[in-house]
Design a protein around this ligand. Structure first.
Ligand code: DGL
Length: 270
């Protein structure tokens, strides 16, 4: 009864950590496509092909349901996968919708017309591909009106995190926040729209200031997955073992993952 969790690299571990705490008895198979990270600077076709390949690998581990714990893949590939590629007995879910439901204070499945919500000025931090897709604004427009979203493509941050260069990642976060604040001086809320960014959450919060509510995805996705599986238990696949797969160097990726999650994580070659 395993569930697959996919990211271009280490960022999806923030989601993996939350889902495995929320559902301790469910085996999760994590796939990090570290050899091809970052996705955020790739074309949509490229992201689609890589994400499909990773998803197929997770099916081979007995995971009929795969969470794309990657906003870039959710923004650039998910709709096309669901519409043109996915067989009827498999599911692929993204990480945008739970975040937008939290921001707009909606329950799952509330399909009522878009309405005014409490926050009006929202800063979105995401990869260049996610920002270019405008997927976040599209999903938000289905649910809320009158929300002004200023998006900041955070070039370089995923690369710095993947390379374990925290100092560079922090400096880049500060400079991206400053550049956003020049266009939106007083955001009420900030969305960390990349699963790598919770690893830098303190740097974002410090640069934004305590008055800004920072939304990040991990716990929201965990709640939403638990709810989904309670309704659709048939998508718990046949896999029985938790494991961590990478297309990168397993030793290097294991040591970075262990450092980030502060528990021993052992990756094997995908
Ligand atoms: N964690 C991925 C995301 O959520 C990072 C994408 C990348 O590899 O650039 O967008």
């Amino acid at each position: 009864m395993a569930v697959g969790v996919f990211d271009s690299g280490l960022g999806g571990l923030t989601v993996l950590d939350a889902v495995s705490k929320r559902m301790p008895d469910t085996p999760f198979v994590y796939f990090g496509d570290n050899a091809h990270a970052p996705y955020g600077v790739r074309t949509h076709d490229d992201i689609f092909n890589l994400t499909c390949a990773a998803t197929e690998r997770l099916w081979a581990e007995g995971c009929d349901l795969v969470i794309l714990a990657c906003n870039t893949a959710s923004a650039a590939a998910l709709k096309r996968m669901q519409e043109t590629w996915l067989p009827p007995n498999k599911r692929v879910l993204g990480v945008f919708v739970p975040l937008i439901e939290a921001l707009t204070e909606r329950q799952w499945g509330d399909n009522s017309p878009p309405r005014a919500v409490a926050v009006e000025h929202v800063a979105l931090f995401a990869t260049p591909a996610t920002v270019a897709s405008r997927a976040f604004q599209r999903e938000l427009a289905f649910r809320a009106i009158g929300v002004d979203v200023e998006a900041q493509p955070c070039g370089g941050v995923v690369d710095a995190i993947e390379q374990g260069d925290e100092i560079l990642a922090e400096a880049l976060v500060r400079s991206h926040v400053e550049s956003l604040k020049r266009r939106m001086p007083q955001p009420q809320a900030a969305i960390l729209g990349c699963t790598h960014y919770p690893l830098m959450q303190k740097a974002f919060q410090d640069a934004l200031g305590p008055q800004v509510k920072v939304f990040s995805q991990a716990n929201l996705v965990a709640e939403s997955l638990a709810d989904y599986l309670a309704r659709r238990p048939e998508f718990l696949g046949t896999g029985t073992q938790s494991k961590f797969l990478t297309t990168g160097d397993p030793d290097y990726v294991s040591s970075k993952a262990t450092q980030f999650l502060r528990r021993q994580i052992v990756f094997e070659a995908a």
